[in-house]
Design a protein around this ligand. Structure first.
Ligand code: B3K
Ligand code: ZN
Length: 859
């Protein structure tokens, strides 16, 4: 497959200022007639040929300026038309089969309704068009369909007219006044009901807000509506961005490849990020709904009003919008907890990407299939890169930078460079060297030493950016580090400072320290780097108990555990060292469990042990079996050693009645955390408490929390609870997803057998991405299942990729990176992982999506 390169960008030869689309809707045959006003781009190549992209469609009729023409031709999937003049009206008719569209790109059927997904290149599966983000057009849409099947007809912008025909069909016309790229087009038709509310913008525009769902689901939409209205208000206050249409529609669909899509005025969502009530959604689900609703809404400015020039600039909208949704969620809840969660996601999803065969800069240089670049690097590291600018500039200067960016590029298809330049000029930062963060892949490593002599503390920092595919040599990047130096006696620091490491290595001197201070570094995770700092356990215990930066406190606890487990796994711990290490961890853990000054949400966060994938990341070659065993052993030791305190914590939390306030959510969080440790330390006691919690639960957080514990235990209560859960929620697909996922994610000794049985369960289907992810993604990220020494876990995922690829290549490709980690895994497992990749590579009709990921993973 051809490689598309950033450096080859050419402006479009033709522009399409206006687009008219007429749909005659049918579940298995929809007719699409387009009317494109095309004009030669004065900044284009002057090419007389109009290239309209297509994908698995054929032109049924082609007209230019009203007359049928024959001098068109196909170039692979694309339609080429020779155009003599500077401006023409081009009309093309085509037909698609939504019911047969299992890829869920373009126009497809879900649950009897019709919907679209066009980003990145799905529009070309609906009609022929210059399907690239720098061709902006105003869209007028007319659709006609059976009134019974499609009572609701929606598209972007405003509904301008509607009516009924004598034959039982009806029609609607929609017009979107804002020019947009084709990837933001959307159409939805089907039986839907709305939760309706209004929001009045700061300048007085009254916006009708609708959350559309299938009849029966409307009672679970209030949280989504509240989140939408909160987002609209927040963006006005935090970024000065106001909504720009009189209507904002969100539609929930159950078959969807990712989370949601920011189509102009008509966001399409995966049901899992819309529907929530206490009975069926966990606290984490509530947070995810709020975060994703915010994210898609914020795209209206960072993505839609200013879009991307080409797909290499994806992080321009995604990284920035992730940062915006992170700041929003932080403002809606606990800033400290949100920051810790965001870092956990980055470390478990992005760090492995950065250190593996698929590593790429946040602004990639090339791709074969753009769908493969909707990654944690482009999204989450992209957000971290913009967050660093904010840290260096300060929030006020940063806002000047974003204001200038929005002002200057409104209505344009922009580049990452445009953003950086606006930020530079608006905020006053010099970002010359900082631009390397856009072009270099890999997580920088910062080695730290702190020395003390007389009254001087000397901090020495040195950085290396590891080589990544295609980038053997790296330059130093600017690394903003928030630091604090703590006096051991007073337990206070001398004031936080921001230092920026710009060179390969540098020294920073601090005066007036009678003794060696305790260094708190990368506070708030001010830079997305990994810190290498060898220091005594007592310093980490000190910070875990006293650091006033909540992230740093969490980090100290994590480092304490990471240091210990890495040493244990590498066989570097004698009995004495093991005992000393556990004692230090225990001391910090006990302080966390009992500290009356901590709120429970934060306590719950601090109690979480580092993920096995993050531990593996710390080792050049990891032995997943040993990591799992050591981590579980530590958990059991903590559970045993602190049984009493954990029991008391669980009892206290059980006594807090359900509500959505922070205290009650905190109680539920520590309830599940405590239960996990108790069960690890004492199976019978864990089972006893878990089944009691399960039976008395009046909300999904508690019920799922208890079931999660039970599903890992080999006890009779396990089957009882799982059967009850299934029977209770049979009719609710999102909850049945949980039922699949918690079993596939469990540490039960027979987890692989369970997964195999679940794959044959009547509720399992390969055509619904939520269900596929519920079973197989849970398995792929479950170290016990995936890395089972038999290799069964690798075969499971390999088989899945090969079976899913012909149905839904985009979703299939998402499973490849887990196998692609083989180079960092011990040789016996590595060989089995590689074998699955090779077996996949040998398939003759692999999609471009899977082909690219597999080839790079083997390469
Ligand atoms: N922009 C979409 C992602 C589309 C993914 C296409 N493969 C959702 C989002 O990031 O908001
Ligand atoms: Zn996004």
């Amino acid at each position: 497959p051809p490689v598309i390169r950033r450096e080859d960008y050419q402006p479009p030869a033709w522009l399409v200022p206006e687009t008219g689309l007429e749909f005659t809707l049918g579940i298995d045959a929809t007719l699409v007639a387009s009317k494109l006003r095309v004009v030669r781009n004065p900044d284009g190549s002057g090419d007389a040929v109009l290239r309209l992209n297509g994908d698995q469609i054929v032109p049924l009729a082609v007209r230019v300026d009203g007359a049928a023409v024959n001098d068109w031709r196909l170039d692979g999937p694309d339609l080429l038309i020779d155009l003599p003049g500077a401006e023409h009206l081009v009309e093309v008719e085509t037909q698609v089969n939504p019911a047969a569209n299992s890829q869920l790109m373009g126009l497809y059927a879900s649950n009897g309704m019709l919907c679209t997904q066009c980003e990145a290149e799905g529009f070309r599966r609906i009609t022929f068009f210059p399907d690239r983000p720098d061709v902006l057009s105003t869209y007028s849409v007319r659709m006609t369909g059976d009134k019974g099947t499609f009572p609701i007809l929606l598209s972007n912008g405003n509904c301008t007219a509607q009516g009924e025909n004598a034959d039982g069909t009806h029609w609607a016309e929609w017009h979107d006044p804002w020019p947009k790229p084709s990837y933001l087009f959307a159409l939805v038709a089907g039986e839907l009901v709305a939760n309706h509310d209004t929001f009045t913008t700061t300048s007085g525009r009254k916006v009708d807000c609708n959350i559309w769902v299938r009849p029966g689901d409307e009672d679970r939409t209030q949280h989504a509506m509240d989140s939408l209205i909160a987002s609209m208000k927040w963006d006005e206050e935090a970024f000065g961005r106001e909504y720009d249409l009189d209507l904002f529609n969100i539609v929930a669909v159950s078959d969807f490849n990712m989370g949601a899509m920011e189509n102009k005025g008509l966001n399409v969502f995966n049901t899992r990020y819309v529907l929530a009530d206490p009975e069926t959604a966990t606290d984490a689900d509530y947070d995810a709904v709020e975060g994703v609703i915010g994210h898609e809404y914020f795209h209206n400015w960072s993505g839609n009003r200013i879009t991307c020039r080409d797909w290499f600039q994806l992080s321009l909208k995604e990284g920035f919008t992730v940062l915006r949704d992170q700041l929003f969620s932080a403002d809606m809840g606990s800033e400290a907890v949100k920051r810790i969660e965001d870092v956990r996601v980055l470390r478990s999803a992005q760090f492995p990407e950065d250190s593996g065969p698929l590593a790429h800069p946040i602004r990639p240089d090339s791709y074969q299939e753009i769908s493969n670049f909707y990654t944690a690097t482009v999204y989450n590291k992209g957000a971290e890169v913009i967050r660093m600018m904010r840290t260096m500039a300060g929030p006020q200067q940063f806002r000047k930078g974003t204001d200038l960016y929005f002002d200057r590029h409104d209505g344009e298809a922009a580049t990452c460079e445009d953003f950086v330049r606006s930020m530079e000029q608006g905020s006053g930062l010099d970002l010359a060297q900082f631009r390397l963060w856009y072009s270099q892949a890999g997580t920088p490593q910062v080695a730290v030493t702190l020395k003390h002599e007389g009254t001087t503390a000397t901090l020495h920092l040195s950085q290396t950016v590891p080589p990544t595919p295609g980038q053997p040599e790296k330059q130093p990047v600017p690394i903003p580090l928030r630091i604090g130096l703590f006096d051991r006696e007073s337990k206070e620091h001398t004031g936080e400072q921001l230092i920026v490491l710009t060179k390969a290595s540098d020294t920073f001197v601090f005066e007036d320290f009678a003794k060696l201070p305790v260094l708190s570094i990368n506070r708030g995770f001010s830079a997305p780097v990994s810190i290498e700092f060898d220091r005594p356990n007592e310093d980490l215990v000190f910070l875990a108990a006293h650091d006033d930066d909540p992230f740093a406190r969490y980090e100290a606890m994590q480092s304490l555990v990471v240091q210990h487990l890495v040493a244990a796994v590498s066989g570097g711990l004698n009995d004495a060292a093991r005992t000393a290490g556990r004692a230090a961890i225990g001391q910090a853990f006990a302080a966390i469990v009992t500290d009356p000054a901590l709120d429970d949400l934060m306590r719950g966060e601090l109690m979480i042990l580092p993920a096995e994938s993050y531990l593996a990341e710390q080792m050049l070659i990891a032995d997943p079996g040993a990591i799992h065993a050591e981590r579980e052993a530590l958990k059991a030791w903590l559970g045993c050693e602190y049984a009493e305190a954990l029991g008391a914590l669980h009892d206290r939390a059980v006594g807090v009645p359900y509500s959505r306030d922070a205290a009650a959510r905190g109680a539920r969080k520590i309830k599940s955390q405590a239960l996990g440790y108790i069960a690890a330390g004492n199976k019978a006691e864990g089972a006893r408490r878990a089944i009691a919690q399960y039976r008395s639960a009046d909300n999904m957080t508690d019920r799922q929390g208890a079931l999660l514990i039970l599903s890992s235990l080999d006890v009779p209560e396990r089957e009882e609870a799982l059967a009850d859960f299934h029977a209770r929620y049979e009719a609710n697909a999102l909850v049945i997803d949980k039922w699949f996922s918690l079993q596939a994610g469990s540490f039960h000794p027979d987890v692989l057998t369970h997964i195999r049985e679940l794959a044959g369960h009547p509720d399992f289907t390969m055509t619904n991405p939520n269900r596929v992810r519920a079973l197989y993604m849970a398995a792929a990220v479950n170290p016990k299942a995936f890395h089972d020494e038999s290799g069964e876990g690798y075969r499971l995922i390999g088989d899945l990729i090969r079976r899913l690829d012909p149905i839904n290549p985009q979703t299939a490709a998402r499973f490849v990176p887990s196998l692609g980690r083989w180079r960092r895994i011990e040789p016996v497992r590595a060989a089995m992982m590689r074998e699955e990749l090779q077996k996949t590579a040998a398939e003759p009709d692999l999609s471009r999506d899977v082909r690219e990921q597999v080839t790079k993973s083997l390469g």
